[in-house]
Write a protein that binds this ligand. Structure first.
Ligand code: HEC
Ligand code: HEC
Length: 213
């Protein structure tokens, strides 16, 4: 990561001036300062892992990170509100520009590969992720998050090597935390039986994440 930033070798400058062909939507240099001061204790970042149960933001699509920050900051009842007592005040304290910068910085960080803690569950998780469960009208997760679980920029987040406790918690609590009528995952998540959430999370933990393109 340090080497990557060094190769950008830029003076402090506006996001528009960052010559990164990936269109990160913000300035990773400015984002690093914000992340180290306000996020890294929980989400990790430069050389540190996220705390257990806290999602990794590394190699996540910057548009997705910015969108979630806006959702945490949105008032309860707003069509995009995402519930989190921890993240709401943190997200509200960031300007739109800060959100774009910090998202850009996490997007270019390397995500540490995880291993499934419970290999016995992985086969069921794989089956559900790749093929869904047609008897319960559950489509394949891979249809939107891709077979390699790395998602599709900008809308479908990267789930590979994501913290399994976090994934399991989100799937089991989707409706309460971030369920909005008409949204794709609000249709999918209620069809994931509670006993499937852990196996899917274990399977995802063992998938390799790749850098944001
Ligand atoms: C005190 C710990 C803590 C700090 C500090 C913190 N976060 Fe979080 N963050 C969390 C937790 C816990 C979640 C899981 C969401 C929830 O609360 O349900 C989360 C979720 C998120 C998500 C959603 C990720 C996803 O995959 O959907 C984003 C984006 C995020 N945080 C960004 C940030 C940024 C940017 C900062 C710094 C400005 C920050 N967080 C600081 C604990 C923290
Ligand atoms: C029709 C498309 C679609 C399908 C099928 C789908 N997802 Fe999603 N998923 C999405 C979208 C879009 C988001 C982003 C939601 C947002 O922006 O808040 C998402 C977000 C998620 C997240 C949140 C990631 C994070 O970092 O917080 C998880 C977990 C997830 N999906 C798991 C699954 C699983 C497991 C399945 C299969 C059972 C599945 N998804 C099937 C579209 C889909």
């Amino acid at each position: 990561m340090i080497a990557l930033l060094a190769t950008l070798s830029l003076p402090a400058c506006s996001p528009q001036a960052v010559p990164d062909g990936r269109n990160l939507g913000g300035d990773p240099h400015l984002g690093m300062a914000i992340a180290q001061a306000k996020c890294a204790a929980c989400h990790g970042g430069a050389g540190a892992d996220a705390a257990p149960g806290v999602p990794s933001l590394n190699e996540q699509y910057p548009e997705y990170i910015s969108k979630q920050l806006a959702a945490f900051a949105a008032p309860r009842g707003a069509p995009n509100h995402r519930e989190s007592a921890v993240m709401a005040p943190i997200a509200r304290a960031l300007t739109d520009r800060d959100r774009g910068d910090v998202a850009a910085w996490y997007a270019v960080n390397w995500r540490k590969p995880l291993k499934s803690r419970n290999p016995a569950n992985v086969a069921l998780g794989e089956q559900l992720f790749l093929h869904g469960h047609p008897q319960d009208d559950l489509p394949a997760c891979a249809a939107c998050h891709r077979a390699d679980a790395n998602g599709i920029r900008p809308d479908f987040p990267n789930l590979a090597s994501q913290d399994p406790a976090y994934i399991e918690y989100e799937l089991k609590n989707w409706e309460r935390l971030r369920g909005h009528r008409g949204k794709l995952m609000s249709i999918i998540a209620p069809r994931v039986k509670p006993e499937w959430a852990g196996p899917i999370a274990e399977y995802l933990a063992g998938r390799a994440s790749r850098p944001v393109q």
